[in-house]
Design a binder for this molecule. Structure first.
Ligand SMILES: [Zn+2]
Length: 329
């Protein structure tokens, strides 16, 4: 059985071919949407590079390097990640890594460094990595991973070979999710923007139940039955902390469905099939102009939530805006 996901076969063949033809770049940037398995691919590929007798589609699993990888004790595989999730990768961490790889020798094969998310490298950390990326020690491969490659410094990007990972087709994703016995695979996949790993995580973390909880609160806010400020902390704690930006994208799809309804679209055209009637009713209470205003506000919230802005304040602002819309009931 292959060690990668079914939708990654071509990437695997291309990279392993490059290695066999001795033209593998020493800096690789794996980029593409979140939740499609770039990190797992990188780890599998690193194992394959370190393996002493790899098969075409996987490491042997039996050699000394493989056994050490299984025990998580192979010194030739190194990771560079933020010390705290969501924070930057700092220059001291990069310096420490460079010291390690320049001082210590390694076995005859490869040494692989996985940097994820590479867009978390701050400016100093990026600058300090440049030289290593340009001229790494012999047989050293750096794999950078990012779903926001435009956030990387151009000097970093230009020193890597960019390898794009596409979103799998709906068919591939659904087949994979069904193998995992995911409940309501079509719905969770849609709500995860088509990214199968995000969909599986959503399913495992009760994502549908959380969406239901947030939608109930959204209705209560419209009816003046909930307090926007109190609700905001619930949204952040149960929603954004667990699913990052996803709950904001759910709200986006609710608003788009409401707009469809106000523009006279039929109920079948709505993407939130399970909420269609409620959304139609909510849309009937407000006017187009204020709904477009709220959509602008939401887009700002999504954009700012990617930066270090205060998440709670952003969500408070959004919910106050929604609760305060002029309604005809
Ligand atoms: Zn092996």
């Amino acid at each position: 059985m292959s060690v990668t996901f079914p939708w990654q076969t071509t990437s695997w063949q291309n990279l392993t071919n490059s290695q066999q033809q001795k033209r593998l770049a020493h800096g690789l940037l794996f980029h593409g949407a979140k939740g499609i398995g770039k990190m797992l691919f990188a780890v599998s590929f690193a194992h394959w590079l370190l393996c002493e007798q790899p098969h075409a589609d996987k490491p042997c699993g039996e050699c000394k390097a493989c056994l050490m990888l299984k025990a998580d004790s192979n010194p030739d595989l190194l990771y560079l990640t933020p010390e705290e999730e969501g924070k930057a990768i700092k220059v001291d961490q990069v310096r420490e890594l460079i010291n390690k790889i320049s001082l210590t020798g390694h076995s005859q094969g490869y040494r692989v460094i996985i940097i994820s998310p590479a867009d978390a490298l701050n400016i100093n950390a990026s600058n300090s990595l440049l030289k290593t990326l340009e001229e790494p020690p012999e047989n050293t491969v750096l794999i950078l991973i990012s779903d926001k490659p435009s956030k990387l410094m151009p000097t970093i990007r230009s020193r890597t070979q960019m390898i794009r990972f596409d979103l799998p087709t709906e068919e591939q994703s659904l087949a994979w999710l069904k193998q995992l016995d995911t409940k309501q695979p079509e719905l969770v996949l849609k709500l995860s923007g088509g990214a199968p790993l995000s969909a599986a995580t959503m399913s495992e973390n009760e994502g549908l139940a959380i969406r239901e909880k947030l939608f109930t609160n959204w209705k209560e806010l419209a009816a003046g039955q909930a307090d926007a400020l109190e609700s905001a902390s619930m949204w952040v704690k149960d929603g954004l902390k667990v699913f990052e930006n996803l709950p904001l994208h759910w709200v986006n799809s609710w608003l788009i469905d409401m707009l469809r309804s106000l523009h006279g679209g039929p109920i079948e055209s709505m993407s939130n099939v399970d909420y269609a009637q409620t959304l139609q009713k909510l849309a009937g209470q407000v006017d187009l102009k204020s709904l477009y205003g709220l959509l602008d506000r939401l887009n700002d919230t999504i954009r700012l939530n990617d930066t270090s802005a205060n998440q709670l304040m952003l969500v408070e602002g959004l919910l106050l805006h929604w609760a305060g819309l002029k309604r005809q009931v």
